[in-house]
Design a protein around this ligand. Structure first.
Ligand code: PMV
Length: 319
């Protein structure tokens, strides 16, 4: 018996950065995100050979310690009334752990696959709750389209399907394929514990979220881009002011931030965002993709660019 599940990465326009002290991965800030159909994780779950001592997990062909995944696998196994061990093989269409939200699509695909494998038939909200416990942002990746995850909520919601704004595009500029030295989990805890601006971030992010949500509802790219920019820059200000400071940026990241500024000055509607890594993501519309793409090499000659639209409903099948 085996199943194959796939889910798309969830890119936050407004960031989740910080956890409440209670519960597992309950957010201290609200987030608003889109599902990227170009960045997908596919996960195959099969029965382990008879008598196997534990579950096995491989990501992009490399064996990984199962501890991070075992709690989720155990919960589904118990719920499904099974004792069957599993082999999990997961592949990403993009670099893993480099600030490209691989944990969002990874844990969402795992939850959806385990649900099918153990026959637990959870609702989408329950799957979101389960995925959250693997990685916060994964609670948004169990849906396609546009999602919201409110402060302290134990699951995310889909607020629009992809056809709400099919013209949107994200250019993901990959500056390095090296995995990040500090995980988002460690980064969040360090900033929450030591940054003097962390409390202001939590307070201000509600207003940023509300403005972004209204802009998204109205398909107002300029207002959405402006709120998106405020969100990531405020998030990074908590990292820069942590003790010790946490700096995910590369010189190339800043070069691209400057280039986006120049493009806007030249009338190209494009806004950037970043996550817990050096990569820069540029938000624009389909008719501007070539104009934006042609300006990237002057700022960062070595970068590779992935263009993604919104979409990416998760899928699951026997396999
Ligand atoms: O839940 P994690 O560990 O994938 O952390 C996500 C953190 C950010 O990508 C920076 C923000 C977000 O909302 O996705």
């Amino acid at each position: 018996m085996s199943v194959v599940a796939s889910a798309s990465a969830s890119l936050a326009l407004v960031k989740y950065w910080g956890k409440l002290r209670t519960g597992v991965n309950l957010p201290a800030t609200p987030s608003l995100a889109i599902s990227l159909d170009g960045l997908r994780t596919t996960t195959r779950i099969a029965s382990e050979t008879e008598g196997a001592a534990g579950d096995t997990v491989r990501i992009n062909g490399t064996a990984c310690p199962a501890q991070r995944f075992e709690p989720m696998i155990d919960r589904f196994r118990r719920r499904g009334g099974s004792t069957s061990r599993v082999t999990v093989e997961s592949t990403n269409t993009f670099p893993t752990a480099a600030g490209l939200a691989s944990s969002s699509s990874g844990f969402a695909a795992l939850a959806i696959g385990l649900d099918a494998f153990y026959g637990t038939h959870l609702s989408r909200h329950e799957l979101s709750r389960e995925a959250r416990q693997g990685s916060g942002s994964a609670c948004r990746s169990v849906y396609g389209g546009f999602t919201a995850w409110e402060t302290a909520a134990d699951h995310a919601e889909q607020i629009h399907t992809a056809d709400h704004w099919p013209q949107l595009r994200l250019l993901i500029v990959v500056l390095t394929r090296t995995a990040k030295p500090v995980s988002s989990r460690e980064g969040m805890n360090a900033t929450a514990g030591t940054s003097p601006v962390y409390r202001s971030w939590c307070r201000e992010s509600q207003g940023i979220y509300e403005r972004a949500r209204t802009a998204l509802d109205r398909r107002d790219l300029q207002a959405l881009g402006t709120a998106m920019r405020e969100s990531y820059l405020f998030m990074f200000s908590t990292m820069f002011t942590s003790r010790p400071p946490l700096i995910y940026w590369l010189p190339e990241s800043l070069a691209l931030i400057r280039e986006a500024e120049d493009m806007r000055r030249d009338g190209i509607p494009v806004w950037e965002t970043m996550d817990a890594g050096p990569q820069v993501k540029l938000l624009t519309t389909h008719d501007q993709v070539e104009a934006v793409r042609s300006r990237i090499p002057s700022a960062v000659p070595q970068a590779s660019v992935l263009v993604s639209s919104v979409g990416g409903e998760p899928e699951v099948r026997d396999g």
